[in-house]
Design a protein around this ligand. Sequence first.
Ligand code: ARG
Length: 582
Amino acid sequence: MSILRKTIEDIKEIVKKSGYEVETLAIEPSNRKDLGEYQLNDAMQLAKTYHENPREIATKISEELKKDGRFINVNIAGPGFINFSLSEDYLKDFLNKINNDLFANIDKKEKKKIIIDYGGANVAKALHVGHLRSANLGEALKRLARALGYEVLGDAHLGDYGRPLGFVVLEIQKMYPELPYFDKNYTGNYEELTLPIQNEDLEKIYPLASQKAKESEAYLEEGREVTTKIQNHERGYYDLWKKIVEISKEDIKKVYERINTEFELWLGESDAAEYFQELEQIFEEKHLLIESQGAKIVEVAEEEDKAPMPPLLFVKSNGTLSYETTDLATILQREKEYHPDEIWYVVDSRQGLHFEQTFRSARKAELVRKEVSLEHIGFGTMNGKDGKPFKTRDGGVMSLKGLIELVKEETLKRINSSIVLEEEKSSIAEDVAIAALKYADFLPYRETDYVFEVEKFADLEGKTGPYLLYSTIRMKSLLKKAENLNAKTIKQISGSTEREIALTLLELPNILEKSLQSRSLNDIAEYLYVLTSAYNKFYAEHMILTEENKELQESWLVLTEIVYKVNNFLLEILSMKVPEKM
Ligand code: ARG
C-alpha cells in the first residue's frame, strides 16, 4: 500500500475512534496551505447520517487527530471543515522511504494481462500524425500499466492486408513486368531475389496506384484480381507481397524507434487471416450472418441506441472481407493465442463506430470470454492553426517523418553550442524534438483536439517537453557536482518550498491512478510540470553547493535526488529520453 493510502486508512481509523464510520474519506490537499495542508470534509456528511451538529463532530475528530503526532496545526473552519498539516517527522520519514524505494509510495495492481493495439501503421505507406498519437498514447499507457504491475503486450497490428496492397503489387507489375514474380515459368527461389524498389519508392507507388484505381474501373478490377491472388497465396504475387511487407516493415520499425515506441508483437492484419474460416463458421453457426444485396452483414443495433447503428459488413458483395472482419479475426486470434483479460485499442476517435460495431459483433459471437473487456481508447486530432487536421504547406497529409524534422529544425536552434559538440547536436536535437512533440501531445486530455505550434512546443520555458528535460539535466548535474558529499538522508524539511515539493511527491500514487483510469496522460504531464516548477523555485531560492549548514545541505541534495528520480520515472513512462546535455 502506498504511504499516502496507508495514512488515509489511519485517518479513517481515527474517525472511527471518534465514533463515526465512513466508507471513503473526503480528504483533499488544500489550496490555503496557511490554514492547513489538507482538508477533511466529512463532518458535514456525517452530521446528516448521525443527526448531530457538524461542528461538534469536527471537534471530536480533530481532538483525536491532535493526539496523533503526525498531524499538526489541526483546526476547524466554517461549518466543520477540518484543516491539518503534516509533521516534519512524517515528511522526513516519507521522503527517506521513497528515496530508498520509489515504489514504497506506489500502489500495485492485481495481476492482469492486457493487450494494447496501438500501431496500425500501413505497409508501403508513410506513417502520419494519427499514427504518432496512437504510438505516443499506447506506449505511455503500456509503460504506466506495467509500472503499476500489469502484464502488458503491445501489438503493432500492421495494416498489411487488403486491397491497397493489391494495387501496389499491380503497379509494380506495370512498372517492371519482367520481374520473375510475374513469370509463370520461374522456378527459382523468390527469397533470393532483390527488388529494384526501396521503401521511398513504395511510399510513392502507393498513392499513385490508389489514384489510378479511383480513376479507372479497369484498373480497379485488375487490382481486385491481384488482391485475390495474394490472399490465395498464389506463387509469385504472394511472394512479392511478402517482400514488400519486409521492406516496408524495416522502415516502419525505424520510425517507431525514433519515437521511442517498441512493440512486443509485430503482428499484422494478415496474421489473423488464418482465423477467417473459423470466424465465419462461428458466425454461421450462431446464425448471425444475414444476406443483404450479395453481401453478408451482422445486425448490431440495440434498442437503447440513440444514434443510428448500421450493421457490420462481414463479407462484401465482391467476396472480400472488410476491415471489421480483420479486427474480428484478430480478436479471435488474441483470445486463442494470448488469453488476455483486456484488449485496448488506441485509435483515432473517428473510428468509434467501427469499434462499436466490431465489439458488439464479437460479443454476439462470443469470440472472447464474457469477462474480457474490449475497449476503444479514442483520441482527438492534432490540428493546424486553421482548426483542421494538420497538413503540409501544400495541403497534403503530413508524414510523421516530416513532422519530426519540422520540430527538430526548431529544437536544433535552441541547443546550447557552448556545451554541445557539433557532432552531437543532431542526436540531442532529435531527443528534444521527440520530447517536445510527445509532451504537447500528452498535455490535453486525449480526446481533446489541439493545435500544432512548433515554437511553443520547442520552447525551453513554460509547459513544454524541453523545459522538463532541461530541468532534469540540471538536477543531474547538481547531483554529479555534489557526489563526494555523499548525501544520504533527509534530516530537515522546513522551508515552505521544500514542504510543497514533499506534498507534491506524496500525491504521486493518485496521479498515476487517475491517469490509468482516464487512459490519458494529461494528469501525469501536468504533474511533471508542477513538480519540476516547484523544484526550480527551490533551486532558485538556495545556493545548495555552498550551503554551510551541512545537515541542511544534505537534506537539499537528497530532495534533489528524489525529484530527479521521480522525473526520470515519469519521463520514462511518457517515453521521453533525457539527453546528457542540451
Ligand atoms: N491501419 C489502420 C489505419 O491506419 C489502423 C488500425 C488500428 N487498429 C485496429 N485494430 N483496427 O487507419
